[in-house]
Design a protein around this ligand. Structure first.
Ligand SMILES: Cc1cc2nc3c(=O)[nH]c(=O)nc-3n(C[C@H](O)[C@H](O)[C@H](O)COP(=O)(O)O)c2cc1C
Length: 192
């Protein structure tokens, strides 16, 4: 890598004023403070039809461009609202387009936002499905319960939650750097 790691945030909500989007923006700001470059794939503002296995990505709206942005990432922070005790269909639809090509050798951190009190099952489901595409999911994760209490004017106001979201982003940056060092050690360049 040598250069800063690239951390991409993926927001799995289409709602205007989404708390998930605000949490991902918070995570990306923390990743930048930790030395990463960042990009935000906000699924609330893309053209992404329902995944169809018989259709090429090139015929699927923004799919090709979005997949390329995830493939370029060293780390991804994935955020989803809790919808019926799992992650959102918006995120799931994007994830159906993705596979090993996007996530192999990629570090992933998880953030879930819930209107009520349940955050465990969507976090578990995300962890399992990210493992399914061979992502390296860091142990740090955050679930924000009763989300409307903790966001104001586009910001996460609860200090402890804010620090935990920072912690996920920092863990992703650190693990991406570790991976890069291990790769360099495994295949030294011709100048070494
Ligand atoms: C279809 C749907 C299902 C939901 N299911 C749950 C749920 O099972 N548990 C919960 O705590 N909140 C549930 N909620 C509330 C959302 O988690 C909450 O509104 C959250 O803030 C949405 O994320 P966003 O602000 O990023 O859009 C649901 C909302 C919708 C629209």
């Amino acid at each position: 890598m040598g250069s800063p790691p690239l951390v991409v945030g993926v927001t799995g909500s289409r709602r205007d004023g989404s708390y998930t989007r605000q949490a991902i923006e918070h995570a990306l700001a923390a990743a930048e403070r930790a030395g990463a470059d960042t990009d935000h794939v906000d699924l609330g503002s893309v053209d992404l039809p329902l995944y169809h296995p018989d259709r090429d990505d090139a015929d699927s709206g923004d799919a090709e461009e979005l997949l390329a942005r995830v493939r370029a990432a060293d780390g991804v922070v994935v955020g989803s609202p809790n919808y019926h005790s799992t992650f959102s269909s918006t995120l799931h639809n994007f994830h159906d387009y993705c596979g090993y090509d996007e996530y192999e050798d990629t570090v992933v951190g998880l953030v879930v936002v819930a209107g009520g009190g349940t955050i465990g099952s969507p976090l578990d489901h995300l962890r399992i499905t990210m493992r399914g595409v061979h992502a390296e999911v860091v142990p740090e994760q955050v679930g924000i319960r009763n989300a409307s209490r903790y966001f104001e004017d586009g910001a996460l106001t609860d200090r402890s939650l804010a620090e935990r979201v920072n912690g996920v982003a920092e863990a992703v940056v650190e693990a991406a750097r570790r991976r890069d060092l291990a790769d360099e050690a495994a295949s030294p360049s011709a100048d070494d």
